[in-house]
Design a protein around this ligand. Structure first.
Ligand code: SIN
Length: 328
């Protein structure tokens, strides 16, 4: 793969850097969330660190809130050279690799620490390279948190959600997950979720506390059920053409800045999840429901058959490695 990437890019890099010699290299970082989220803060930290490490040589422009591209257009734009950095949710890479569907399997990881152990282990690190044949390079994982359900009626057991319309990210695993509990999943961009909820075009959605708070979903949903049924994390990606076309010293400094920015974003993710959950409670607009172990088991029993449906596409070994991360 390295050879293919290197060959495709050799000419492009020379051209790019001869042209760029006189002016800073522009790096556009497009994302869909608000600035006061783990991803929003990570992107701003990357700008700060990268520009400090390469003064006058690079110009990082961060575009939050789907201002530049939505998650359904950003990866294609990246392949076309229209944007250099993005960090879509892991559920949004299905067109580019089957393997990342792993992260959508319901009740696979017991908590975000287990997700982190898997991502930093050998299998997780290999997945960063799983899209190089599509000329997309993974630079690292960023946490947001575990997902919860929100709705206008109290949801405690799978029967409560039957027949309800739920917005999901563009993932067949998530579709199967909601179909397994007889709900009606609708794949819609993040930028449309608030309006869909407000106009009652959908009944509910699944998301993390920080997304539910920062995008004000809690203002138009009466209940949030703390199921922790899945993970919403990100992969920071760049285009192979851009990345391998950079001079070695610039790429090394950018990677260091990215690693530090991701560590910063991960620290925020842990804190923000708890803080935004509390802010939702304090708003008095959404009641947070916790479920009993017996109720949780009903969700697990209903949703777990989804694993089998996707095991071949994802790879049983990968699922095994993810499960091992639950028991360090
Ligand atoms: C994101 O956190 O980037 C968006 C998640 C979603 O589409 O629900």
């Amino acid at each position: 793969m390295k050879t293919l990437v290197a060959t495709v890019l050799a000419c492009a890099s020379l051209l790019t850097f001869n042209q760029a010699a006189a002016k800073p290299i522009e790096i556009k970082f497009s994302h869909v969330v608000a600035e006061n989220t783990p991803k929003g803060q990570m992107a701003l930290k990357f700008k700060e660190l990268a520009e400090a490490a390469l003064p006058g040589q690079i110009d990082v422009k961060v575009y939050p809130n789907s201002q530049l591209f939505t998650d359904s257009t950003v990866l294609q734009a990246m392949q076309l050279g229209d944007v250099e950095l993005a960090a879509p949710a892991l559920s949004k890479f299905q067109k580019y690799t089957d393997q990342l569907q792993l992260f959508d399997l319901p009740f696979l990881f017991k908590d975000i620490e287990a997700v982190d152990r898997f991502q930093q282990g050998p299998e997780g690190q290999k997945l960063l390279k799983s899209m190089e044949s599509k000329l997309l390079v993974g630079l690292g994982y960023l946490h947001n948190g575990m997902k919860q359900l929100t709705d206008n009626s109290p949801i405690r057991v799978p029967a409560d959600i039957s027949g309800k319309k739920y917005r999901i990210m563009t993932s067949d695993v998530l579709q199967a997950q909601f179909e397994a509990v007889q709900a009606i999943p609708l794949k819609k961009p993040f930028s449309e979720v608030f309006t869909l909820l407000q106009t009652k075009a959908i009944d509910g959605q699944e998301n993390t506390w920080s997304n539910t708070y920062s995008k004000k979903f809690f203002e138009v949903q009466k209940y949030a059920t703390e199921t922790n049924h899945g993970v919403l994390d990100y992969m920071v990606v760049t285009s192979a053409e851009f990345w391998y076309g950079l001079p070695d010293d610039v790429r090394t400094k950018l990677k260091t800045a990215m690693d530090e920015a991701i560590a910063h974003g991960n620290r925020i993710a842990l804190k923000k999840g708890a803080e935004d959950r509390q802010k939702i409670i304090d708003s008095g607009k959404t009641e947070i429901l916790t479920i009993t172990e017996a109720e949780r088991q009903q969700w697990v029993n209903a949703m777990k058959p989804v694993w089998k449906m996707f095991a071949d596409e994802i790879g049983p070994d990968l699922i095994g490695a993810a499960l091992e991360a639950n028991n360090p």
